[in-house]
Design a binder for this molecule. Sequence first.
Ligand SMILES: Nc1ncnc2c1ncn2[C@@H]1O[C@H](COP(=O)(O)OP(=O)(O)O)[C@@H](O)[C@H]1O
Ligand SMILES: [Mg+2]
Length: 279
Amino acid sequence: MTAANQETILELRDVKKYFPIRSGFFQRKVGDVKAVDGVSFSLKKGETLGIVGESGCGKSTAGRTMIRLYKPTEGQIFFKGQDISNLSEENLRKNVRKNIQMVFQDPFASLNPRKTLRSIIKEPFNTHHMYTMRERNEKVEELLARVGLHPSFASRYPHEFSGGQRQRIGIARALTLNPELIIADEPVSALDVSIQAQVINLMEELQEEFNLTYLFISHDLSVVRHISDRVGVMYLGKMMELTDKHELYDNPLHPYTQALLSSVPVTRKKDLSNANASS
Ligand SMILES: Nc1ncnc2c1ncn2[C@@H]1O[C@H](COP(=O)(O)OP(=O)(O)O)[C@@H](O)[C@H]1O
Ligand SMILES: [Mg+2]
């Protein structure tokens, strides 16, 4: 999708997130882990920005900071033009959180095992006092159908489903409040390659249908390549390179990007291009 003329939905200006390192009997602060160390970019409505980098480079921390699950140590975060870097928890809940949702790597860990899909998916409606009981149940069935699950599954529990199905449930849950921006943190990393392609295709269809903006985090370049319009490469808390994906893969500027590209195992490249070709 071309997002060139669209409004900017998210902008980061030199965002840093440090975690204190403490040591000794008095737990004195002896230094910082610079998990995110000066990241700037902007994201247009309808766009998919991929963020890649090896484990520990700060991708998840960046994702959590930009939606204010963490407070940035420094820098500014704008959501639809509003500076949210210092908003109070209450303000965030009222004005921002509904509009930004997260999808996680391990949907099972984020789905309450004692609740049926119905109560998991409609929970945000309760929190925000939206719709009548009956409307809520209808919405749940619509959402299940929309992510490729049978509406009758609403009365089942998370453990009854496969990894790919659970990720579909996680996605349905993220869509409940009709958000504009979705931060997906390694959403397919725990899935088999064939299932990865299905979930990515679903995410692409949903993006089209609901005009979603995605920030798609993965340690796997071949996964990010398929879904992204632009790709940012992170290394030690910094964004080393951020460009159009064709540019990045055909002509990587930064030596670290080159190293990352050349370390994608050949079989994986083949697997994924086959999966994509047949989708
Ligand atoms: N809550 C935390 N407290 C202290 N250090 C953290 C915390 N979360 C992440 N880190 C550290 O920040 C760095 C970046 O971690 P993370 O954002 O999880 O990377 P990635 O998602 O790219 O694997 C790592 O060194 C990690 O150990
Ligand atoms: Mg991570």
